[in-house]
Design a binder for this molecule. Structure first.
Ligand code: SF4
Length: 259
Protein backbone atom coordinates (compact mmCIF):
# COMPACT_ATOMS: atom_id res chain seq x y z
CA UNK A 1 0.00 0.00 0.00
CA UNK A 2 1.16 3.57 -0.61
CA UNK A 3 1.82 5.87 2.32
CA UNK A 4 -1.13 8.05 3.22
CA UNK A 5 0.56 11.13 1.76
CA UNK A 6 1.25 9.36 -1.53
CA UNK A 7 -2.35 8.28 -1.65
CA UNK A 8 -3.74 11.64 -0.60
CA UNK A 9 -2.04 13.37 -3.47
CA UNK A 10 -3.87 11.09 -5.93
CA UNK A 11 -7.27 11.89 -4.47
CA UNK A 12 -9.43 14.79 -5.68
CA UNK A 13 -9.95 16.01 -2.09
CA UNK A 14 -13.60 16.80 -2.70
CA UNK A 15 -14.64 14.95 0.48
CA UNK A 16 -17.65 13.61 -1.43
CA UNK A 17 -18.03 10.65 1.02
CA UNK A 18 -18.80 8.08 -1.72
CA UNK A 19 -16.18 5.80 -0.22
CA UNK A 20 -18.21 5.68 3.00
CA UNK A 21 -15.81 7.90 4.94
CA UNK A 22 -16.02 11.52 5.99
CA UNK A 23 -13.06 12.84 4.03
CA UNK A 24 -10.33 12.03 1.56
CA UNK A 25 -7.75 12.37 4.34
CA UNK A 26 -9.51 9.73 6.40
CA UNK A 27 -9.75 7.47 3.34
CA UNK A 28 -6.00 7.86 2.69
CA UNK A 29 -5.18 7.07 6.32
CA UNK A 30 -7.45 4.02 6.48
CA UNK A 31 -6.33 2.55 3.14
CA UNK A 32 -2.64 3.03 4.04
CA UNK A 33 -3.25 1.19 7.27
CA UNK A 34 -4.91 -1.66 5.35
CA UNK A 35 -8.25 -0.96 7.01
CA UNK A 36 -10.30 0.24 4.03
CA UNK A 37 -10.74 -0.98 0.48
CA UNK A 38 -8.93 1.20 -2.01
CA UNK A 39 -11.51 0.47 -4.72
CA UNK A 40 -14.22 2.29 -2.75
CA UNK A 41 -13.12 5.65 -4.12
CA UNK A 42 -14.47 5.96 -7.67
CA UNK A 43 -12.10 8.84 -8.45
CA UNK A 44 -8.88 7.02 -7.79
CA UNK A 45 -6.59 6.19 -10.72
CA UNK A 46 -5.76 2.76 -9.31
CA UNK A 47 -3.18 1.87 -11.93
CA UNK A 48 -0.96 4.67 -10.61
CA UNK A 49 -0.85 3.07 -7.21
CA UNK A 50 0.32 -0.38 -8.13
CA UNK A 51 3.60 -1.69 -6.83
CA UNK A 52 4.29 0.75 -4.04
CA UNK A 53 4.92 -0.94 -0.77
CA UNK A 54 5.79 1.11 2.23
CA UNK A 55 6.13 0.39 5.89
CA UNK A 56 2.77 -0.82 7.18
CA UNK A 57 1.65 0.99 10.27
CA UNK A 58 -1.79 0.88 11.77
CA UNK A 59 -4.52 3.41 11.17
CA UNK A 60 -4.38 4.44 14.80
CA UNK A 61 -0.65 5.07 14.54
CA UNK A 62 -1.17 7.20 11.44
CA UNK A 63 -3.90 9.18 13.12
CA UNK A 64 -1.69 9.58 16.18
CA UNK A 65 1.17 10.85 13.98
CA UNK A 66 -1.05 13.44 12.39
CA UNK A 67 -2.61 14.44 15.68
CA UNK A 68 0.79 14.67 17.27
CA UNK A 69 2.06 16.84 14.39
CA UNK A 70 -0.87 19.23 14.87
CA UNK A 71 -0.40 19.28 18.64
CA UNK A 72 3.31 20.01 18.33
CA UNK A 73 2.58 22.77 15.84
CA UNK A 74 0.03 24.34 18.17
CA UNK A 75 2.67 24.43 20.89
CA UNK A 76 5.27 26.11 18.69
CA UNK A 77 5.77 29.80 19.28
CA UNK A 78 5.89 31.18 15.76
CA UNK A 79 7.05 34.58 16.90
CA UNK A 80 10.27 32.90 18.04
CA UNK A 81 10.97 30.85 14.91
CA UNK A 82 9.41 32.91 12.09
CA UNK A 83 12.38 35.12 11.34
CA UNK A 84 14.79 32.19 11.12
CA UNK A 85 12.52 30.57 8.52
CA UNK A 86 11.96 33.64 6.38
CA UNK A 87 8.44 34.40 7.66
CA UNK A 88 7.33 37.85 8.79
CA UNK A 89 5.25 38.50 11.88
CA UNK A 90 2.84 41.41 11.70
CA UNK A 91 0.75 41.89 14.83
CA UNK A 92 -1.27 38.66 15.15
CA UNK A 93 -0.26 37.22 11.79
CA UNK A 94 2.74 35.24 10.56
CA UNK A 95 3.21 35.53 6.80
CA UNK A 96 5.21 32.89 4.98
CA UNK A 97 5.96 33.01 1.22
CA UNK A 98 5.07 29.61 -0.27
CA UNK A 99 5.49 28.92 -3.99
CA UNK A 100 3.42 31.60 -5.80
CA UNK A 101 1.32 32.39 -2.74
CA UNK A 102 1.66 33.46 0.88
CA UNK A 103 0.44 31.51 3.87
CA UNK A 104 -1.19 33.55 6.59
CA UNK A 105 -1.10 32.05 10.06
CA UNK A 106 -3.24 33.69 12.66
CA UNK A 107 -1.49 33.86 16.05
CA UNK A 108 -2.83 34.19 19.56
CA UNK A 109 -1.56 36.96 21.85
CA UNK A 110 1.50 34.87 22.80
CA UNK A 111 2.49 33.92 19.26
CA UNK A 112 0.98 30.40 19.05
CA UNK A 113 -0.79 29.40 15.80
CA UNK A 114 -4.60 29.39 15.63
CA UNK A 115 -5.40 28.93 11.95
CA UNK A 116 -3.73 28.79 8.59
CA UNK A 117 -4.96 30.11 5.24
CA UNK A 118 -3.74 31.07 1.80
CA UNK A 119 -3.33 34.74 0.91
CA UNK A 120 -4.96 33.97 -2.45
CA UNK A 121 -7.93 32.41 -0.67
CA UNK A 122 -7.40 28.74 -1.59
CA UNK A 123 -8.70 26.04 0.73
CA UNK A 124 -5.62 24.63 2.48
CA UNK A 125 -4.82 21.19 1.10
CA UNK A 126 -3.93 18.71 3.90
CA UNK A 127 -0.65 17.95 2.09
CA UNK A 128 0.30 21.63 2.17
CA UNK A 129 -0.65 21.84 5.83
CA UNK A 130 1.53 18.87 6.69
CA UNK A 131 4.44 20.28 4.72
CA UNK A 132 4.12 23.74 6.28
CA UNK A 133 3.77 22.41 9.82
CA UNK A 134 6.88 20.31 9.25
CA UNK A 135 8.77 23.31 7.90
CA UNK A 136 8.09 25.26 11.10
CA UNK A 137 8.67 22.30 13.40
CA UNK A 138 11.98 21.36 11.78
CA UNK A 139 13.05 24.95 12.36
CA UNK A 140 16.21 24.27 10.33
CA UNK A 141 19.22 26.38 11.10
CA UNK A 142 21.77 25.38 8.46
CA UNK A 143 22.68 28.36 6.29
CA UNK A 144 21.88 27.85 2.61
CA UNK A 145 24.98 26.42 0.96
CA UNK A 146 24.19 27.66 -2.59
CA UNK A 147 25.37 24.24 -3.69
CA UNK A 148 22.58 22.38 -5.49
CA UNK A 149 22.48 18.60 -5.37
CA UNK A 150 20.16 15.82 -6.55
CA UNK A 151 17.73 14.19 -4.14
CA UNK A 152 19.86 11.05 -4.35
CA UNK A 153 22.60 12.89 -2.42
CA UNK A 154 20.52 12.80 0.75
CA UNK A 155 20.62 9.71 2.97
CA UNK A 156 17.92 7.03 2.52
CA UNK A 157 16.49 8.80 -0.52
CA UNK A 158 16.57 5.96 -3.04
CA UNK A 159 12.86 5.14 -2.90
CA UNK A 160 11.95 8.83 -3.29
CA UNK A 161 14.05 9.46 -6.40
CA UNK A 162 11.61 7.60 -8.65
CA UNK A 163 8.66 9.45 -7.06
CA UNK A 164 10.34 12.79 -7.73
CA UNK A 165 10.93 11.79 -11.34
CA UNK A 166 7.42 10.59 -11.92
CA UNK A 167 5.44 13.30 -10.19
CA UNK A 168 7.65 16.38 -10.61
CA UNK A 169 10.47 16.04 -13.14
CA UNK A 170 8.52 14.32 -15.92
CA UNK A 171 5.45 16.60 -15.59
CA UNK A 172 7.74 19.66 -15.59
CA UNK A 173 9.49 18.44 -18.75
CA UNK A 174 6.11 17.94 -20.43
CA UNK A 175 4.99 21.43 -19.35
CA UNK A 176 8.08 23.06 -20.81
CA UNK A 177 7.68 21.01 -24.01
CA UNK A 178 4.03 21.89 -24.50
CA UNK A 179 3.48 25.29 -22.89
CA UNK A 180 6.87 26.89 -22.69
CA UNK A 181 5.71 30.53 -23.01
CA UNK A 182 2.79 30.10 -20.61
CA UNK A 183 5.06 28.49 -18.03
CA UNK A 184 7.61 31.28 -18.33
CA UNK A 185 4.77 33.74 -17.79
CA UNK A 186 3.49 31.79 -14.77
CA UNK A 187 6.97 31.82 -13.26
CA UNK A 188 6.69 35.58 -12.85
CA UNK A 189 4.40 34.95 -9.86
CA UNK A 190 7.15 33.03 -8.08
CA UNK A 191 10.29 34.29 -6.45
CA UNK A 192 12.94 33.09 -8.87
CA UNK A 193 16.55 33.87 -9.65
CA UNK A 194 19.19 32.93 -12.22
CA UNK A 195 16.64 32.37 -14.97
CA UNK A 196 18.38 31.24 -18.15
CA UNK A 197 16.35 30.56 -21.28
CA UNK A 198 17.77 29.23 -24.52
CA UNK A 199 16.60 27.05 -27.39
CA UNK A 200 18.19 24.06 -25.75
CA UNK A 201 16.70 24.50 -22.31
CA UNK A 202 15.58 26.49 -19.28
CA UNK A 203 17.19 26.76 -15.88
CA UNK A 204 16.18 28.71 -12.79
CA UNK A 205 16.14 28.72 -9.02
CA UNK A 206 12.73 29.04 -7.40
CA UNK A 207 12.27 29.88 -3.73
CA UNK A 208 9.47 27.41 -3.03
CA UNK A 209 9.93 28.28 0.65
CA UNK A 210 12.28 31.00 1.86
CA UNK A 211 14.86 28.45 3.06
CA UNK A 212 14.15 25.74 0.49
CA UNK A 213 15.12 26.89 -2.99
CA UNK A 214 14.84 24.38 -5.82
CA UNK A 215 16.95 24.51 -8.95
CA UNK A 216 15.06 23.36 -12.02
CA UNK A 217 17.02 22.36 -15.11
CA UNK A 218 15.17 21.48 -18.29
CA UNK A 219 16.81 20.24 -21.47
CA UNK A 220 14.67 20.35 -24.62
CA UNK A 221 14.62 17.11 -26.56
CA UNK A 222 15.49 16.67 -30.20
CA UNK A 223 13.02 14.30 -31.87
CA UNK A 224 15.16 14.11 -35.03
CA UNK A 225 18.05 12.82 -32.97
CA UNK A 226 15.72 10.58 -30.97
CA UNK A 227 16.39 12.57 -27.78
CA UNK A 228 13.57 13.12 -25.29
CA UNK A 229 13.39 16.24 -23.19
CA UNK A 230 14.49 15.92 -19.61
CA UNK A 231 14.10 17.80 -16.36
CA UNK A 232 16.08 17.55 -13.15
CA UNK A 233 15.17 19.15 -9.83
CA UNK A 234 18.04 19.94 -7.48
CA UNK A 235 17.94 21.01 -3.84
CA UNK A 236 20.22 23.19 -1.80
CA UNK A 237 22.57 20.85 0.05
CA UNK A 238 21.14 22.16 3.35
CA UNK A 239 17.50 21.40 2.38
CA UNK A 240 17.31 18.26 4.48
CA UNK A 241 17.77 20.42 7.59
CA UNK A 242 14.46 22.18 6.74
CA UNK A 243 12.17 19.36 5.55
CA UNK A 244 12.05 15.58 5.39
CA UNK A 245 12.48 13.74 2.08
CA UNK A 246 8.79 13.19 1.49
CA UNK A 247 8.04 16.89 1.91
CA UNK A 248 10.98 17.84 -0.34
CA UNK A 249 9.54 15.65 -3.09
CA UNK A 250 6.07 17.02 -2.51
CA UNK A 251 7.37 20.59 -2.77
CA UNK A 252 8.71 19.90 -6.28
CA UNK A 253 5.48 18.15 -7.21
CA UNK A 254 3.47 21.13 -5.96
CA UNK A 255 5.60 23.42 -8.11
CA UNK A 256 4.73 21.34 -11.18
CA UNK A 257 1.03 21.42 -10.23
CA UNK A 258 1.07 25.20 -9.77
CA UNK A 259 2.70 25.78 -13.13
S1 SF4 B 1 -14.87 8.78 -2.44
FE1 SF4 B 1 -12.82 9.46 -2.99
S2 SF4 B 1 -13.09 11.63 -3.39
FE2 SF4 B 1 -14.88 10.99 -2.24
S3 SF4 B 1 -14.36 11.35 -0.06
FE3 SF4 B 1 -13.83 9.23 -0.50
S4 SF4 B 1 -11.69 9.38 -1.06
FE4 SF4 B 1 -12.47 11.44 -1.24
Amino acid sequence: MPSYLELLKRLPKTNCKECGLESCLLFALKVSAGEWDISKCPSLPKEELAGKVEERITFNQLLENLKELKERFKRLNLREVAHNLGAKVEQNLAVLPYLDDEVLIELDANGYPLSLKSQKGFEPDPRDEILLMNYFLYNGDKPLSQEFVGLESFPHSLSKVATLKRYAEEPLARLFDEKREAVLEALKSFKISQLKVSNSGISFIVYALPRVPLMVNYWAGDPEEGLSSYCKVLYDASAISYLDLECLVFLAERLAEKL
